[in-house]
Design a protein around this ligand. Sequence first.
Ligand code: SME
Length: 162
Amino acid sequence: MAEQLVIPRTTDRAALYAALFPQVKALLAGETDVVAAMANLCAAVHQTFQWHWVGFYRVLDGELVVGPFQGPIACSPIAHGKGVCGTAWAKARTITVPDVDAFPGHIVCSSASRSEIVLPLRGGSGKVAAVFDVDSSVLNDFGPVDEQGLAELCGLIEPLLP
Ligand code: SME
Protein backbone atom coordinates (compact mmCIF):
# COMPACT_ATOMS: atom_id res chain seq x y z
CA MET A 1 0.00 0.00 0.00
CA ALA A 2 1.22 3.48 -0.86
CA GLU A 3 2.43 5.56 2.07
CA GLN A 4 2.34 8.88 0.34
CA LEU A 5 0.18 10.44 -2.31
CA VAL A 6 2.11 11.88 -5.25
CA ILE A 7 0.31 15.00 -6.45
CA PRO A 8 1.54 16.70 -9.64
CA ARG A 9 2.30 20.40 -9.35
CA THR A 10 -0.46 21.54 -11.65
CA THR A 11 -3.87 23.13 -11.45
CA ASP A 12 -5.05 21.09 -14.46
CA ARG A 13 -7.88 19.10 -12.93
CA ALA A 14 -7.87 16.42 -15.64
CA ALA A 15 -4.16 15.81 -14.96
CA LEU A 16 -4.81 15.71 -11.22
CA TYR A 17 -7.61 13.14 -11.59
CA ALA A 18 -5.43 11.10 -13.96
CA ALA A 19 -2.66 11.01 -11.35
CA LEU A 20 -5.02 10.41 -8.44
CA PHE A 21 -7.14 7.56 -9.79
CA PRO A 22 -4.46 4.84 -10.05
CA GLN A 23 -3.08 5.78 -6.63
CA VAL A 24 -6.47 5.57 -4.95
CA LYS A 25 -7.20 2.33 -6.81
CA ALA A 26 -3.95 0.84 -5.47
CA LEU A 27 -4.62 2.23 -2.00
CA LEU A 28 -8.05 0.58 -1.88
CA ALA A 29 -7.02 -2.71 -3.50
CA GLY A 30 -7.99 -5.52 -1.17
CA GLU A 31 -9.95 -3.23 1.15
CA THR A 32 -13.19 -4.93 2.19
CA ASP A 33 -14.49 -2.35 4.68
CA VAL A 34 -16.53 0.39 3.04
CA VAL A 35 -15.90 2.94 5.83
CA ALA A 36 -12.14 2.45 5.57
CA ALA A 37 -12.29 2.81 1.80
CA MET A 38 -14.45 5.95 2.02
CA ALA A 39 -12.11 7.45 4.62
CA ASN A 40 -8.99 7.02 2.51
CA LEU A 41 -10.71 8.23 -0.66
CA CYS A 42 -11.90 11.40 1.13
CA ALA A 43 -8.44 12.07 2.49
CA ALA A 44 -6.85 11.59 -0.94
CA VAL A 45 -9.35 13.90 -2.68
CA HIS A 46 -9.09 16.54 0.04
CA GLN A 47 -5.30 16.45 0.00
CA THR A 48 -5.21 16.75 -3.80
CA PHE A 49 -7.79 19.50 -4.36
CA GLN A 50 -7.93 21.21 -0.93
CA TRP A 51 -11.69 21.61 -1.14
CA HIS A 52 -13.60 22.96 1.87
CA TRP A 53 -15.51 19.75 2.61
CA VAL A 54 -15.21 16.30 1.08
CA GLY A 55 -17.24 13.40 2.40
CA PHE A 56 -19.73 10.60 2.17
CA TYR A 57 -23.24 10.14 3.47
CA ARG A 58 -24.59 6.58 3.65
CA VAL A 59 -28.23 5.60 3.30
CA LEU A 60 -29.05 4.09 6.69
CA ASP A 61 -32.61 3.40 7.88
CA GLY A 62 -34.10 5.64 5.19
CA GLU A 63 -31.97 8.74 5.66
CA LEU A 64 -28.51 10.00 4.76
CA VAL A 65 -26.12 9.62 7.69
CA VAL A 66 -22.73 11.32 7.52
CA GLY A 67 -19.82 8.96 6.99
CA PRO A 68 -16.10 9.54 6.57
CA PHE A 69 -15.25 13.13 5.64
CA GLN A 70 -12.55 15.79 5.69
CA GLY A 71 -13.48 19.31 6.71
CA PRO A 72 -15.65 21.09 9.25
CA ILE A 73 -18.41 19.32 11.20
CA ALA A 74 -21.38 18.30 9.07
CA CYS A 75 -25.19 18.24 9.15
CA SER A 76 -26.61 14.76 9.73
CA PRO A 77 -28.98 13.09 9.12
CA ILE A 78 -30.39 14.45 5.83
CA ALA A 79 -33.85 13.35 4.68
CA HIS A 80 -34.71 11.92 1.24
CA GLY A 81 -35.15 14.80 -1.22
CA LYS A 82 -33.75 17.45 1.14
CA GLY A 83 -30.82 19.69 0.27
CA VAL A 84 -28.40 18.91 -2.53
CA CYS A 85 -27.44 15.55 -1.01
CA GLY A 86 -31.02 14.38 -0.51
CA THR A 87 -31.92 15.55 -4.03
CA ALA A 88 -29.01 13.62 -5.60
CA TRP A 89 -30.23 10.57 -3.69
CA ALA A 90 -33.89 11.02 -4.68
CA LYS A 91 -33.10 11.67 -8.35
CA ALA A 92 -30.26 9.11 -8.43
CA ARG A 93 -28.11 11.45 -10.44
CA THR A 94 -25.19 13.81 -9.98
CA ILE A 95 -26.16 17.34 -8.99
CA THR A 96 -23.73 20.18 -9.65
CA VAL A 97 -24.60 23.47 -7.97
CA PRO A 98 -22.61 26.50 -9.22
CA ASP A 99 -24.02 28.77 -6.48
CA VAL A 100 -25.41 27.13 -3.35
CA ASP A 101 -27.35 30.30 -2.44
CA ALA A 102 -29.37 29.85 -5.64
CA PHE A 103 -30.30 26.19 -4.88
CA PRO A 104 -33.72 26.04 -3.21
CA GLY A 105 -33.51 24.07 0.03
CA HIS A 106 -29.72 23.97 0.20
CA ILE A 107 -28.73 22.84 3.69
CA VAL A 108 -26.17 25.26 5.08
CA CYS A 109 -23.59 23.33 7.07
CA SER A 110 -20.89 25.91 6.58
CA SER A 111 -21.27 29.49 5.37
CA ALA A 112 -17.93 29.13 3.58
CA SER A 113 -19.44 26.75 0.98
CA ARG A 114 -20.17 28.53 -2.30
CA SER A 115 -20.55 25.68 -4.81
CA GLU A 116 -21.13 21.99 -4.51
CA ILE A 117 -21.23 18.65 -6.35
CA VAL A 118 -23.00 15.54 -5.09
CA LEU A 119 -22.73 12.13 -6.76
CA PRO A 120 -24.94 9.13 -5.96
CA LEU A 121 -23.29 5.73 -5.43
CA ARG A 122 -25.16 2.51 -6.20
CA GLY A 123 -24.61 -0.61 -4.18
CA GLY A 124 -25.07 -4.26 -5.09
CA SER A 125 -28.85 -3.86 -4.79
CA GLY A 126 -28.78 -1.33 -7.63
CA LYS A 127 -30.24 1.36 -5.37
CA VAL A 128 -28.45 4.50 -4.23
CA ALA A 129 -26.62 3.42 -1.08
CA ALA A 130 -24.49 6.53 -0.46
CA VAL A 131 -23.67 9.96 -1.85
CA PHE A 132 -20.31 11.68 -2.22
CA ASP A 133 -20.48 15.40 -1.45
CA VAL A 134 -17.79 17.96 -2.26
CA ASP A 135 -18.17 21.60 -1.20
CA SER A 136 -15.96 24.42 -2.46
CA SER A 137 -15.42 27.90 -1.06
CA VAL A 138 -15.15 29.07 -4.70
CA LEU A 139 -18.24 29.88 -6.78
CA ASN A 140 -18.87 27.69 -9.84
CA ASP A 141 -15.93 25.43 -9.03
CA PHE A 142 -17.20 22.16 -10.54
CA GLY A 143 -17.63 21.12 -14.16
CA PRO A 144 -17.71 18.07 -16.41
CA VAL A 145 -14.09 17.14 -15.62
CA ASP A 146 -14.98 16.89 -11.94
CA GLU A 147 -18.21 15.00 -12.67
CA GLN A 148 -16.23 12.39 -14.58
CA GLY A 149 -13.17 12.28 -12.32
CA LEU A 150 -15.19 12.03 -9.12
CA ALA A 151 -17.56 9.44 -10.65
CA GLU A 152 -14.59 7.24 -11.53
CA LEU A 153 -13.29 7.53 -7.97
CA CYS A 154 -16.77 6.71 -6.56
CA GLY A 155 -16.76 3.63 -8.79
CA LEU A 156 -13.98 2.28 -6.56
CA ILE A 157 -16.34 2.42 -3.55
CA GLU A 158 -19.53 1.07 -5.13
CA PRO A 159 -18.54 -2.63 -5.08
CA LEU A 160 -18.27 -2.40 -1.28
CA LEU A 161 -21.79 -0.97 -0.80
CA PRO A 162 -24.89 -3.09 -0.08
N1 SME B 1 -24.95 21.36 1.70
C1 SME B 1 -25.42 20.02 1.72
C2 SME B 1 -25.41 19.46 3.11
C3 SME B 1 -24.20 18.70 3.41
S1 SME B 1 -22.91 19.65 3.88
O1 SME B 1 -22.59 20.61 2.89
C4 SME B 1 -21.63 18.78 4.36
C5 SME B 1 -26.79 19.85 1.10
O2 SME B 1 -27.52 20.82 0.86
O3 SME B 1 -27.13 18.71 0.84
